[in-house]
Write a protein that binds this ligand. Structure first.
Ligand SMILES: Cc1cc2nc3c(=O)[nH]c(=O)nc-3n(C[C@H](O)[C@H](O)[C@H](O)COP(=O)(O)OP(=O)(O)OC[C@H]3O[C@@H](n4cnc5c(N)ncnc54)[C@H](O)[C@@H]3O)c2cc1C
Length: 272
């Protein structure tokens, strides 16, 4: 028997979260397979503001309670996000699992979160005390540690609309469907004139959080392709040092080697 509250407005949900000990329930696909089952849930699937997928001038705003299937079927969703979501689990899980749940689970293997890191997505968080917007990389404080207060909800994901067209995405799993990432990689590239204007690279399922090293990316920004080629070894060496994988089901050596191979493929795709 699953007990809980099912508010129909954001304000109602925030009041309940402030007053009661409740666990937010998106689609339950992580919660229901967990060992400890909370007593009381806050179901967020009837809150219009958390279901909407809309756009403003700069962002696609994806409600945290939107399911993967709803995001996949929406014409506003960028292809890079569709590529990642279409490889999550299988249709039955995608029909239930939500964008907010993928983030709230706190896993570095969460496939949509990898895209949010590389795209510089932001989260809109709300509580009865007010709202705040945080960058996705600042939201993850460590393994399963989130910058989310006890009374807060993830309401929306703000995914930039522009600059995401030229990308290289790979999910390395044990099989074609229902595969949890062993390593996941995304790189986004852009040129303005003959100079590199955008290079963002993120690695998933490698460490306690998704990894992104903006200081290493900066080596290539502003360079011509010829200059970038000359810097390539320095660039790869910097990643070699920076990536410190954890080992578990997959060895840290395998993870590191796969990361560097995928990085190299991404650079080659962009003539570096
Ligand atoms: C068989 C199977 C295969 C899977 N394969 C993949 C895969 O390939 N890739 C992948 O990334 N994931 C995979 N998952 C994990 C899971 O489906 C996803 O993480 C999914 O996004 C979880 O969403 P949910 O809505 O079901 O989360 P829930 O189970 O409802 O919640 C997960 C956590 O997030 C919190 N939460 C939910 N919504 C919010 C919110 N709005 N604000 C704050 N906190 C919130 C919950 O309290 C809970 O702690 C798989 C799971 C299963 C069971």
């Amino acid at each position: 028997m699953v007990n809980g509250y099912q508010p129909v407005s954001l304000q109602e949900a925030l009041n309940i979260k402030a007053e009661h000990r409740v666990t937010i329930y998106g689609g339950g696909t992580d919660l229901m397979v967990g060992k400890d089952k909370p007593d009381t849930y806050l179901f967020v699937n009837l809150i219009p503001e958390m279901k909407n997928i809309i756009e403003d001038q700069d962002y696609i705003r994806i409600g945290a309670a939107a399911t993967f299937t709803e995001v996949l079927e929406n014409s506003l969703t960028s292809q890079i996000l569709k590529d990642a979501i279409s490889l999550i689990a299988a249709p039955a899980i995608r029909n239930l699992g939500t964008m907010g749940g993928n983030i709230g689970n706190g896993s570095a293997k969460a496939d949509s979160v990898l895209i949010h890191y590389a795209a510089d997505a932001k989260l809109r968080l709300a509580s009865v005390r007010g709202e705040r917007i945080v960058n996705i990389d600042a939201f993850y404080l460590g393994r399963k540690k989130l910058d989310l207060a006890e009374d807060e909800l993830i309401v929306e994901i703000l995914l930039p609309k522009n600059g995401l067209d030229n990308y290289y995405y790979q999910k390395v799993g044990g099989r074609k469907a229902l595969a949890i990432s062993k390593v996941a990689f995304v790189g986004i590239f852009g040129m303005e004139g003959d100079r590199i204007s955008k290079l963002s690279i993120a690695f998933g399922a490698v460490a306690d959080t998704v990894l992104r090293f903006k200081e290493i990316e900066a080596i290539m920004i502003g360079k011509t392709l010829e200059e970038a080629k000359a810097q390539k070894q320095v660039f790869l060496d910097a990643y070699e040092k920076a990536i410190v994988p954890i080992s578990g089901r997959v060895s840290s050596e395998y993870r590191k080697e796969t990361c560097l191979n995928l990085l190299n493929d991404f650079l080659q795709q962009n003539h570096i």
